[in-house]
Design a protein around this ligand. Sequence first.
Ligand SMILES: [Zn+2]
Ligand SMILES: [Zn+2]
Length: 261
Amino acid sequence: MRTYKANYHTHCDLCKHAKGSIEDYVLKAIEHGFDAIGITDHAPFDFLNERSVRMTSEEYPEYIRQLKHAIVHYLDFILIYRGLEIEYFNGYHKHYESLLEHLDYLILGQHYIEKEGELLSVYKIKSIEDMQIYKETLIKAMHTGYFKIIAHPDIFLINQGQISDEMKAISREIIQTAKKTDTILEINANGFRKKKHQVDGQYYMAYPRIEFWKIVKEENARAMINADAHDPNQLVDQAIELAYEFARHLSIAVEEELVLD
Ligand SMILES: [Zn+2]
Ligand SMILES: [Zn+2]
């Protein structure tokens, strides 16, 4: 039984690919009796403007305004946290720090890696070399202390069928760093909403990948289930149930309340 109901990975229509305003998500969460909700739309990041659909820097004050409004308005009903989901790249520490001035936390959602000066979508990661870059990026990010949660940390396995020992070793390094830096790894329920994809005639989930989460259990790292909601109805849906089933199956004790310092 869930004693504390919350979701800490929630988008809104400012990113232009999610449905509903911040208020729509807050109202839906209240309707379902949530104790807390963390709003974490895709962060403005001028560096990625050409690649990725999200709010612009000009729209960011509006995001903060809507958050403030919701916090004040629904104070008696639900705890609302201010967050963003963002990628990590070297040389942008000032950007993370200035965002954090008005926020409670950041989620690392590494959707791109930097390879030979070019951006490569994580959905295209296939080689061990690319996986190493992904791993190094996450490890660096975790050591900065800017990120409370890592969204879908296992996304780098997306094009894989069998998970090799080398891939498991990469997974373990990510997981051990999360443990060392006290970062929470996210079982992303969106993976259960996506179609399975075919590799070598077999069907696999994009994420979560069980091989990764078995190591999370072995290492006893921190874990949490999040909706990654792009629609208010995704705050409570079958995918969330399946994600809890997945964690139970692996005996992973997921955290339900985000404690912020
Ligand atoms: Zn999104
Ligand atoms: Zn997300």
